[in-house]
Design a binder for this molecule. Structure first.
Ligand SMILES: Cc1cc2nc3c(=O)[nH]c(=O)nc-3n(C[C@H](O)[C@H](O)[C@H](O)COP(=O)(O)OP(=O)(O)OC[C@H]3O[C@@H](n4cnc5c(N)ncnc54)[C@H](O)[C@@H]3O)c2cc1C
Length: 388
């Protein structure tokens, strides 16, 4: 079926980034179509699950700056819809006091005047019971941080997009993109035309970009999302003000370990390793490596004595990693009406509202609200393949 309608924009992929982009476009009265390959909601990309951490604590100032506005945009969406999307818990950042990573987090918070509390060995257990601070580790709390209700956020922003007149077509896999002044997008069910296209396909970014003869240096990994049982129910509960936490590095871990208070599954605390094993997004469940779980088990046994050191529930999710772990937000080098947001490297959810705003601006040819140089593809020059 070929439709006669010409859209201002077609957004491909209804994860958090595509949904916020579509919403921003509709807010600007742009005729927008949001296409999704699976029936919504689904659990096969990167945006599913009930919770995500939101924080200003970062190693780089540019993320902390973007989060200033992003908190406001999350709060605006809450006000617009009357739906609660965020709960403040604080984020406890721990790491070897003298390590570069830990110091980067601490300095970024200080430099940007983010409300914070520095804990010392003496007062640590008084503020954070049930956590053993490793010898030589420092601890600082980003007070503004908390939990985002992820599934609820996705449903809310998609609902707002539809209320503004936007159209979502799920169970429609994009099978071809034909560039041109008007872009033609074919799906399993129809052919559409639009003045611009935004590709927000998460782990499938390179599959989609292949239609435009572009490939980015992205690696998709499967994350084992682990939930750990409290020995005494409620001891790591969100109601008892147990914070989210992030360990920058430690005895067991080279990458971050992070956790969220028990919330979605009563009595279970979500703790994950910030790295997984390589996978094809269509074969995610064939990747059965559990080395991240081994790392977590050793960490939980040593530092979280109130948890059973064996995961009670293991779910799956995927990260799409760039070599420097920064996002990709850019226009196609040969077609400036094809825009993409990719490589969110396991930390993109909290930025959804601002990514949506930036991708919307790029697709409309407007000057982006932030300096996008950390996110442009020219930083990959040697590894970006363009067959054109
Ligand atoms: C375990 C885990 C924990 C995380 N924790 C945090 C956290 O605490 N804080 C934080 O900020 N971030 C976190 N993240 C990262 C964050 O969730 C991701 O960065 C974000 O969800 C990426 O969203 P996306 O829209 O790019 O991708 P996705 O959600 O994967 O969306 C892409 C969509 O495109 C669709 N699609 C692909 N190909 C096609 C096609 N051909 N046709 C139509 N549709 C297509 C897919 O089906 C999918 O729905 C976490 C991620 C994981 C996995």
């Amino acid at each position: 079926m070929s439709t006669e309608v010409e859209y201002d924009c077609i957004v491909i992929g209804a994860g958090v980034q595509g949904s916020f982009t579509a919403y921003q476009l509709a807010k600007k009265n742009k005729k927008t179509l949001l296409l999704e390959q699976f029936v919504l909601p689904h659990t096969r990309g990167s945006s599913h699950g009930q919770t995500r951490i939101i924080r200003k604590a970062y190693e780089q100032d540019f993320y902390t700056h973007m989060m200033e506005e992003c908190y406001e945009l999350w709060s605006q969406l809450e006000k617009e819809t009357g739906v609660k999307l965020y709960r403040q818990t604080g984020l406890l950042v721990m790491g070897p006091e003298n390590s570069e990573n830990y110091q980067l987090f601490k300095n970024t918070l200080q430099r940007n005047n983010v409300p914070m509390v520095i804990l010392n060995r003496e007062n640590f257990s008084q503020h954070i019971p049930n956590v053993n601070l490793a010898e030589g580790d420092g601890a600082v709390v980003d007070v503004t941080a908390g939990v985002l209700y992820a599934d609820r956020a996705l449903k809310t922003v998609q609902g707002q997009f539809q209320k503004l007149g936007g159209l979502i077509r799920d169970k429609e896999k994009v099978t071809e993109i034909r560039p041109g002044p008007v872009v033609t997008v074919s799906t399993s069910a129809a052919v559409y035309r639009a003045r611009s296209v935004v590709i927000t396909a998460g782990p499938w970014a390179n599959t989609l970009l292949a239609h435009t003869a572009l490939q980015l240096p992205l690696e998709v990994v499967k994350i084992n999302v682990c939930y750990w049982k409290e020995k005494a129910p409620g001891s790591y509960d969100v109601k008892r003000r147990f914070p989210c936490f992030l360990l920058t590095e430690g005895e067991e871990a080279q990458e971050h370990i992070y956790g969220l208070p028990s919330n979605e599954y009563p009595g279970l605390v979500k703790i994950c390793y910030h790295m997984g094993s390589k996978t094809d997004p269509d074969q995610r469940d064939q990747q059965t490596d559990r080395s991240d779980i081994d790392i977590l088990q050793r960490y939980v046994a040593r530092c979280l004595p109130g948890l059973v050191p064996e995961p009670a529930v293991v779910e799956s999710c995927m990260y799409t990693l760039t070599p420097d772990r920064h996002f990709v937000l850019d226009c196609h080098p040969n077609y400036n009406n094809i825009v993409f947001g990719a490589g969110f490297s396991g930390h993109g959810f909290k930025f959804g509202p601002i990514i949506g705003k930036l991708l919307c601006e790029l697709s409309l040819g407007e000057v982006p609200s932030y300096d996008l140089s950390p996110f442009r593809i020219r930083r990959f020059q040697a590894t970006t393949k363009s067959a054109l």
